[in-house]
Design a protein around this ligand. Structure first.
Ligand SMILES: Cc1ncc(COP(=O)(O)O)c(C=O)c1O
Length: 413
């Protein structure tokens, strides 16, 4: 070090004291411990064996013909699941929230008016994203545990003439299902772009993007589709896409820029653009997850979810539990919300279920935290055997950890 001391220049060499601030984390010297479990949470789903198997296949680079082939097969599968012919169908890399963000930030410009239907926390998340985009956000909120009525939505669209309408098809935070019938017609008559969040419904609850005049829709790989989280399917129809292409301002995200993503996925005639590195195992997983549902038959797949959902609801009521959503037609068949009985501490029950049964269910989320718990019947877990297991474990868990006095139906004890 050189120091200046009055007129005299002194050179001195100091040995720096070596302080070992960072030590090797001892935990990383051991193999990771992942307990096997019965995953009946609000998502992710347990992947089918075929999906788990493909995850360990050799990693390929993104820009080669074999990877493009897999991406193309995923696109074709997604078009079928969304029931659309739109070529602008691809995935963002991330969970369902990444798709929500991609759709909203690409469709919204500063000052655009958007009407957002809120039937749970995920509608609120859309409000948050749209507000960050500088949009004028109008919220139409249902009473907790219920969906919005067609008449309410129609009246709001006709009166306020928003440029965009955002509805959640099924909100996993409340377990509420929103009917979408005829809303697309209302939007077309009022020059409004219709966006649907199908994260918790795609593949199980009927959704016909083209026939229902939906302009943009999105989902996630890890719920009903049964792949690991990490890819989020998105489709833009012609009206939505022309709004994206006609933006006055550049979208303020590189990673979620829909035009770049569409080029990465080869949705247009332009050469593929190496926008970002997509996780190869998740691509394989989603490809196989879609193929697995197609092999089962999409109708059979849907029906087995509906049957098991019905079976679960009956079983829950038989042990004295109250479904959070009162009207059967407003219940989301993939994720069932159940009121926490008076005096029951859900975290205690939940711990017991994990320790005793290796069973993972979900607590409430956002606006339903402390009010409900949630059971997912997703993909490979849509079986009577799994539902029986959950009911027996729950019955025992409630009895053992609290003063809950449940009826004693024969099959559950
Ligand atoms: C309707 C809905 N939208 C969005 C999301 C967010 O998805 P993710 O958790 O995959 O980001 C969820 C998650 O449960 C959801 O149910």
């Amino acid at each position: 070090m050189e120091s200046v001391n009055g007129d005299s220049k002194v050179n001195s060499v100091e040995t720096p004291e070596v302080v070992l601030k960072y030590s090797i984390p001892e935990t990383l010297r051991r193999p990771v411990l992942i307990r096997s479990r019965v995953l009946m949470s609000a998502g992710p789903a347990t992947p089918a064996a075929r999906v788990t198997e493909v995850l360990s296949k050799p990693i390929m680079g993104l820009h080669n013909a074999e990877t493009y082939q897999i991406m193309d097969e995923i696109k074709e599968g997604l078009k079928y699941f969304f029931q659309t012919t739109s070529p602008i169908t691809f995935c963002s890399s991330g969970s369902g929230s990444s798709a929500m963000e991609t759709v909203l930030i690409n469709l919204l410009e500063e000052g655009d008016e958007i009407l957002i239907g809120v039937i749970g926390s995920f509608g609120q998340r859309a409000v948050d994203i749209a507000t960050r985009c500088g949009a004028k956000v109008r919220v139409l909120e249902s009473k907790l545990g219920t969906s919005l009525l067609y008449e309410q939505i129609r009246a709001h669209v006709e009166t306020h003439k928003p440029k965009l309408l955002f509805l959640v098809h099924g909100d996993s935070s409340t377990g509420v299902l929103q009917t979408l019938h005829n809303i697309g017609d209302v939007c077309r008559r009022n020059d409004c772009i219709f966006i649907v969040d199908a994260v918790s419904t795609l593949g199980v609850v009927e959704l016909c993007v083209d026939a229902w005049k939906i302009d943009a829709a999105f989902s996630a790989s890890q719920k009903t589709l049964g792949a690991p989280a990490g890819l989020a399917p998105i489709t833009f129809g012609p009206r939505a896409w022309s709004k994206v292409l006609g933006r006055k301002t550049k979208v303020k995200s590189y990673f979620f820029d829909a035009v770049l993503l569409s080029k990465c996925w080869g949705c247009t005639d332009e050469p593929r653009f190496p926008h970002h590195t997509i996780s190869a195992p998740i691509l394989y997983g989603l490809r196989e997850a879609l193929a697995d549902i197609i092999e089962q038959g999409t109708e059979g797949f849907r029906q087995k979810h509906l049957d098991n959902f019905q079976y679960l609801c009956e079983g829950l009521q038989a042990i004295g539990l109250e479904l959070f959503v009162e009207k059967p037609e407003e219940r989301l068949p993939t994720i069932t919300s159940v009121r926490i009985p008076h005096g029951v501490k859900w975290p205690v029950v939940s711990d017991y279920l994990m320790q005793r049964y290796s069973l993972e269910l979900s607590a409430g989320f956002g606006i339903t935290e402390g009010l409900i718990f949630r059971i997912g019947i997703l993909n490979a877990n849509a079986t009577h055997q799994k539902v029986d297991f959950v009911l027996r474990a729950l019955y025992d868990g409630l009895k053992t950890t609290s003063n809950y006095i449940a009826p004693r139906p024969k099959i559950y004890y």
